[in-house]
Design a protein. Structure first.
Length: 176
């Protein structure tokens, strides 16, 4: 009985440990509130709802509030766009932090409120250049012609033959 309990506990621990990296490494976080869906991707935040029917493209507004902002009017506002079935708003260039998204429909009702954590990617000083690798002293950009390519190929072939001869001689020292 004791062995069964130990195996059960260790199995649950292993399952939790296996699920933790998947939870932490999720590239896009999505949170579902009452009537709205908020998602983040990098430094962009998007809210989607179907709770704000409207006419002629006027569905209402969404607001992105920081922790120091108290009401809808203080946040970064974006108009809801879309169709009478689904509306959405988005913000780009959002810095890392915890935010609250509030959606207020055209008729003044609140479609939903949801908190979200934005973790924008950081760019380090050792990031790769956008044009690819440009190493060396400039020799990678000069065209030396066919004679240089043939000469380089001959050097590589000579090196391969010498390596094979050395390895064969090493395995049987009495042979040439």
């Amino acid at each position: 009985m004791r062995t069964t309990q130990i195996l059960l506990r260790s199995g649950l621990t292993v399952a939790a440990a296996a699920a933790l990296p998947l939870t932490l490494a999720a590239g896009s976080a999505a949170a579902w509130g009452s009537g709205i869906s908020v998602s983040t991707s990098g430094s962009s935040v998007t809210v989607t709802t179907s709770a704000c029917p409207g006419s002629s493209g006027n569905f209402g507004n969404a607001s992105l509030l920081t922790s120091s902002q108290a009401n809808f009017a203080q946040g970064r506002q974006a108009p809801l766009t879309g169709t009478s079935n689904t509306q959405s708003a988005s913000w780009s260039g959002v810095s890392s932090g915890t935010y609250t998204v509030i959606v207020v429909c055209q008729n003044g009702t609140t479609a939903g409120t949801q908190s979200i954590v934005v973790s924008a990617p950081t760019i380090s000083a050792t990031a790769s250049p956008s044009r690819g690798v440009m190493g060396g002293l400039g020799g990678a950009t000069k065209d030396y012609g066919m004679a240089t390519v043939v000469g380089g190929g001959a050097l590589v072939a000579t090196g391969a033959v010498a390596a094979a001869w050395f390895l064969r001689r090493r395995s049987k020292p009495h042979r040439l």
